[in-house]
Design a protein around this ligand. Structure first.
Ligand code: TYM
Length: 382
């Protein structure tokens, strides 16, 4: 596993089952047990989200404590985010689609942080103006998934700097440089922004407790590259008198070209972007998508495909809401009733359908996006 690198700022190496097993050990997260799945399923009225059923969201930290609070009628909130480095691809949507499901199921407040400062400070040639412009576009992309307008609050780091910085100094005061070096791989030649920035991403994990003066648990959905921030936060927050945040953690949507890497904006032919038109989605799918199918039609009919490693199947499963349909397609493809070309066609169609729906909603949200701005005074009665 020496070739595997996983920090929020660098992911490289093969992302197969062995890699995820290794990360579970190394990061010290727990697998989502059958019992926890059943508890979640019960709250959701019986049907688990396909991302849980298929093991895409596979790990957690203290999810049981969130469910205990929910059962006891105590409030909790959700927090997730996006680093506005450029156009969003469909991989970035994965935690947001799941977060929307959690918000619908539990009916709770959600904070979404856009770390424009992170994208100015780290691995970037963009100016501050540019990262702020990208952040505004990404806000619309995320909101076009249809989050509850009354309970969804957008934090942009530069815009909300005063509130965030005030609490970030509490985190910074209790975090050593050696911790940041060990957890994030920061080296002496890096700029000092990299050392401080993690404090900014940790703040929303306790900000509602800080504002209200009550201790309120926070559940953070993310893909596993973001875990370092929250590992650090779990050491620091108890020192400030707050709960450790809970987390629900996903694997990556792999690159179009297969499991050797995550879907990434910086690798050509690895990503489908939210603003790709119908033809581009179809062309990328046909040209690049890694197939778990066999080389010839005859072999595919006889032996079937391996849907688990097939990009088209995984992307289809991400955008199809109906678990019964996903199961049917899985069986048809695995048994050889369905061919790779048909799988790719179906997947491209599903992606295009969902992207079109998002574009429609984006226009509506754009008109009153200011309604979503994070305002500490909205939480006084929480
Ligand atoms: P960012 O913009 O790199 O990614 C946004 C979210 O998407 C996840 N992600 C992926 N999930 C599945 N497949 C992929 N190929 C893929 N690529 C990225 C990330 O894990 C993340 O959940 N620093 C953060 C922004 C942030 C944040 C947060 C994220 C601020 N606060 C709280 C999660 C939770 C960032 O740059 O994310």
């Amino acid at each position: 596993m020496d070739s595997l690198k996983m920090t929020p700022w660098e992911v490289s190496g093969k992302l197969d089952d062995a890699a995820y097993r290794h990360l579970i050990e190394k990061f010290g997260v727990d697998i989502i047990s059958k019992e926890l799945m059943e508890r979640l399923g019960k709250v959701a009225g019986g049907e688990l989200h396909p991302f849980l059923a298929t093991g895409l969201f596979f790990a957690h930290r203290d999810l049981n404590l969130i469910l205990d609070d929910y059962d006891a009628g105590r409030p909790f909130y959700l927090y997730t985010g996006r680093g506005p480095s450029g156009k969003m691809h469909i991989g970035h949507l994965l935690p947001f689609i799941f977060t929307k499901w959690l918000q619908d199921v539990f009916g709770v407040h959600l904070l979404v942080q856009f770390t424009d400062d992170e994208k100015y400070l780290i691995k970037s040639d963009r100016s501050k103006k540019e990262v702020e412009t990208v952040a505004n576009e990404n806000v619309l992309d995320v909101l076009s998934l249809g989050f509850d307008p009354k309970k969804t609050h957008i934090i942009k780091d530069y815009d909300n700097a005063k509130t965030l910085y005030y609490y970030a100094t509490d985190v910074a005061k209790h975090t050593t440089i050696s911790t940041i070096k060990a957890v994030f791989g920061v080296v002496d030649s890096d700029n000092i922004g990299k050392v401080f920035f993690p404090s900014m991403q940790i703040v929303p994990a306790f900000i509602l407790s800080a504002i209200t003066g009550k201790n309120i648990r926070c559940l953070i959905p993310y893909a596993i590259d973001q875990d370092p921030y929250f590992r650090v936060s779990r050491d620091v927050l108890p020192k400030l008198g707050y709960y450790k945040p809970s987390a629900i953690i996903s694997k990556f949507l792999p690159s179009l070209q297969g499991q050797n890497g995550k879907m990434s904006s910086s690798i050509k032919g690895s990503a489908i972007f939210l603003d790709d038109d119908e033809d581009s989605v179809k062309r990328k799918m046909m040209k690049y998508a890694f197939s778990g199918g066999k080389d010839t039609v005859a072999e595919q009919r006889k032996y079937g495909a391996n849907p688990d490693v097939d990009f088209a199947f995984n992307a289809y499963a991400m955008f199809e809401d109906d678990p019964a349909k996903i199961r049917q397609v899985y069986d048809d493809y695995k048994s050889g009733r369905m061919l790779s070309g048909e799988m790719k066609e179906l997947s491209a169609r599903k992606i295009n359908e969902r992207l079109a729906e998002m574009r429609r909603r984006r226009k509506v949200v754009e008109k009153d996006v200011s309604k979503y701005t994070f305002d500490p005074s909205k939480f006084k009665d929480l």
